[in-house]
Design a protein. Structure first.
Lengths: 147, 147
């Protein structure tokens, strides 16, 4: 059983569309406007900081982040991958893994900065159509590891 | 010799006040307004993405990030640690390791979001005065590992 804290949104709910789940972590697709390929690796236990994890678990967590990153790169050829573990609002360890494109509304700023241009729904849709294949590959790769 | 690309600011310059350097990576203190304890782990070779590194180097890189995070936590008791590898502007692998405080100008938003309150120079100064001891500890811990 994962360590849970009542009232934590990442203990109470998946936090997005569930793509992969193991005993220690899950991968979700986040429905974040303007960013069609925004995934999160969420640690099952409610811990606030990455360094709260023992070294083996930190490595395991980052291996999952690496798989997600590599699948985004292989399928979508993004301009850049953005990785972040912030958790100021929801202090339950989760890694943002975001494919960035030079046409997205904030590029080259972080996704949390002000918009620089309108969103491009057509290009977003073209990315969204590739997620099924991408996630199939991602799950296959994650399933071969002992998360 | 590290792989360098002419014109890259992180190939040409340290990118901040140098705290630790090894053959594979360095740790710098970044002079970022409003955030007195903002460090970066910069990979020596010019690679864009974290997953460009071989698995052993990824692990090494994250071990350095973990040491920086743990030192910030131990010495400053921040409200939260923020970790990020973005690189949209400077696509040379670097990890931001930032101590966040509930009184800082953007908390609980990411440091890249709009300010929510004025900066607090007195509290920032109190943090700045602890960096010498923090960095001494950090360097000692980094020096015992084979980076």
């Amino acid at each position: 059983m994962a360590l849970r804290v009542a009232g934590c949104p990442l203990c109470d709910e998946p936090g997005g569309r569930l793509v992969f789940q193991s005993a220690k972590l899950r991968v979700i697709h986040a429905a974040e406007a303007d960013f069609p390929a925004f995934y999160r690796v969420v640690w099952a236990d409610h811990v606030a900081e990455w360094s709260d994890l023992a070294p083996d678990d930190r490595a395991l967590c980052m291996e999952a982040v690496a798989v997600v990153e590599q699948c985004l790169r292989a399928h979508l050829s993004p301009a850049k991958i953005n990785l972040a573990a912030l958790g100021n609002m929801v202090p339950h360890l989760h890694w943002h893994v975001i494919a960035r494109f030079d046409w997205d509304s904030r590029f080259p700023s972080p996704v949390w900065a002000a918009a620089q241009r309108p969103a491009d729904p057509q290009r977003e849709q073209a990315i969204a159509q590739q997620l099924l294949g991408l996630e199939r590959d991602m799950v296959q790769q994650l399933a071969t590891r002992s998360f």
